[in-house]
Design a binder for this molecule. Sequence first.
Ligand SMILES: NC(=O)c1ccc[n+]([C@@H]2O[C@H](COP(=O)([O-])OP(=O)(O)OC[C@H]3O[C@@H](n4cnc5c(N)ncnc54)[C@H](OP(=O)(O)O)[C@@H]3O)[C@@H](O)[C@H]2O)c1
Length: 286
Amino acid sequence: MNYPTQRPATWLVTGTSRGLGLELVTQLLRRGDNVAATTRSAQRLLAALGDLDTSRLLALELDLGDEQAVAAAVEQTTDRFGSLDVVVNNAGYGFLAAVEETTDRDVRAMFDVQVFGVWNVLRAVLPVLRKQNGGHVVNVSSVLGMTAVPGWGLYSAGKFALEGLTEALAGEVADFGVGVTLVEPGYFRTSFLTRDSLALPESTVDAYPALREMVANHLELQGNQPGDPVRAVEQIIARVTAGTTTPLRQVLGSDAHAYATAKVAALQDNLDRTRDSAPVTDYPAA
Ligand SMILES: NC(=O)c1ccc[n+]([C@@H]2O[C@H](COP(=O)([O-])OP(=O)(O)OC[C@H]3O[C@@H](n4cnc5c(N)ncnc54)[C@H](OP(=O)(O)O)[C@@H]3O)[C@@H](O)[C@H]2O)c1
């Protein structure tokens, strides 16, 4: 994609009243770009933006799980700004519990946001980007979309699903000039680890005391995460404005890079140890 330089670019960002989404909207409006910002509460978003010039903002209050509402929001965006250049699927939340403590409702709620919601957005925006032969999709995953650890099973399940669809998407739309970036942050100082965002199970199982300790430690980590959301958003914008010939994955944070590196090493070790056993299931050569 050739990022527009002769006119303000138009961005659509999901999950914008807090954290990375709010910071992204803030930096984009300061740059003079057009921003369609989805949120569950336009009032919270506008209050958070304070006295920033919002003349280039379209606040869209909607449920990302509602496909028709998402399609209508995308139409409103192109009607208002006459363009759509960058789409950022950012909305998401954490959930900390053992796999067996996670209810069917918990799983569906997470997937509604991190998978079905993203898919709703993609179905609505891709025809626009494809027809104009350009654009950029940024899907905000996590380092926990590459590696999973105890307690984060549901969150990782959602992010792994997001990573799978995003890798496939990148290959599908490259010929249409549409760039795709998978953002993989480590711990960043947003609202992510506050009780406004972090979800916990309705009931717990006594067999997992280490997980209860982990929840307490995570809530205490709030305010001390190593990652700076302002710098994260600067990097995301820089990557998009640089065009499409950039790597798919944008790992953010030294913690994320270390976790991802350890995952790749473990995966390589696993592959090395199954090199001889994997081919035994092939049909014998004729
Ligand atoms: N901060 C981290 O440490 C970290 C690490 C790795 C990945 N991430 C990812 O980064 C993205 C942004 O998170 P953040 O750190 O900025 O956290 P945040 O400060 O809690 O903000 C999350 C945003 O997602 C939206 N959201 C939360 N729950 C939602 C729900 N049930 N339905 C729809 N939207 C919902 C909210 O939008 P509205 O309230 O406006 O609707 C909110 O603005 C998420 O995808 C998260 O998984 C964050």
